[in-house]
Design a protein around this ligand. Structure first.
Ligand code: FES
Length: 346
């Protein structure tokens, strides 16, 4: 179906150079019939193509659901989690793309090849519609539904209803799947750190000796026993720490008495603004910068906020060393890490 403006675009000035008030209506361009209008076989072929496209959507949605369950919680091995998550995201993305593409291309192909190929002229009229026009619009909608032939083409009707009915699964499944335990905010208050847990390098898991940490150096740290956790990635997201050695004379304050060891301090790496990893250390000023919105924390002064939108200091992890000289935690953090939440202080 195509529409044409009845006004001409050709400006033919009068002999005296002035433009005419109205222009002659050039009418419709020549109408070319589509192959499907002339050949029933081509029409049938187009119908099969539309059917195939909606079927692609149905298969895409089912594959999405399968991928969601089959690849959802693939491994507890921290060294394999990153690649497993990439694989899961790849399959979810691909199947979702096919689910959407099937519906979109199916609808467009249907309109272009199977709906009636009328040419119509649409007169310009006042913008405000009167009751009569609204009724006409409603009638046009009903005619359009009739025109699409949905009542006559049973298989297509089933396919499009099936595709549209199944597609919401791709949105609902992740939402439903993420409900449940996530509402238990109590688990946000604790991390894996406890008395005696060794500080280890991320991602190798190698324990760190105090003598390995030179002044000015920064270590990205995880608990040594991280891989023993049931959900190591979740635990890592809360427990990651930045370990920095300062000249002990530069330390102005800490969040607790004796929470550092010979100038070595450990602070949560999770920004207290909205949770990005704080990872940029400026050795001269002792400032830690969050790359997301530039919150800046002073490591020499209890990791207080000196700039940016964060409202709280990074929580400090109390540390010391064990008999073999390895750095260990004295306890868990004394407050929840990361962004503030409603029940944080309860
Ligand atoms: S998340 Fe760090 S400044 Fe916003």
């Amino acid at each position: 179906m195509s529409t044409h403006d009845t006004h001409s675009h050709e400006l033919e000035p009068h002999g005296d150079g002035t433009l005419p008030d109205r222009f002659e209506n050039p009418g419709h361009p020549e109408h070319h019939q589509r192959l499907g209008d002339l050949d029933p076989k081509a029409n049938k072929k187009a119908e099969r193509q539309v059917l195939a496209l909606f079927t692609v959507s149905v298969v895409g949605t089912i594959a999405f659901a399968v991928a969601y369950f089959a690849l959802g919680d693939p491994t507890t091995d921290p060294t394999k989690i990153a690649s497993a998550t990439r694989t899961e995201n790849l399959w979810l993305g691909l199947t979702l793309a096919f689910a959407l593409l099937g519906i979109g291309t199916g609808a467009v192909h249907w309109a272009k090849t199977l709906m009636n190929d009328h040419e119509m002229s649409e007169e310009r009229h006042a913008i405000a519609s009167d009751a009569e026009s609204r009724e006409a619009a409603l009638q046009a909608l009903q005619d359009g539904a009739e025109d699409s032939g949905i009542s006559r083409r049973g298989a297509l009707k089933g396919a499009v209803i099936g595709a549209l009915a199944l597609f919401p699964i791709t949105i609902a499944l992740p939402l439903i799947g993420n409900i449940g335990g996530d509402w238990n905010v109590g688990k946000l208050k604790h991390t894996m750190w406890k008395k005696g847990t060794r500080l280890a390098r991320d991602p190798s898991g190698r324990a760190i000796k105090a003598s390995d940490v030179t002044i000015g150096s920064v270590f990205h740290v995880i608990p040594e026993n991280l891989e023993e956790a049931e959900h190591p990635l979740d635990e890592k997201a809360k427990a990651v720490v930045l370990l920095i050695r300062l000249d002990p004379r530069d330390i102005k304050s800490e969040q607790g008495e004796g929470w550092s060891y010979d100038g070595i301090v450990a602070y949560s790496k999770i920004c207290t603004h909205v949770g990005c990893p704080v990872a940029l250390y400026e050795q001269q000023t002792h400032h830690l910068l969050c790359p997301c919105h530039q919150s800046t924390f002073d490591v020499a002064d209890s990791a207080k906020v000196v700039f940016g939108p964060a409202k709280r200091a990074l929580p400090q992890l109390p540390i010391t060393i064990d008999d073999e000289g390895y750095l260990i935690a004295q306890s868990d953090f004394h407050e929840p890490v990361g962004p503030s939440f409603w029940e944080r202080k309860k």
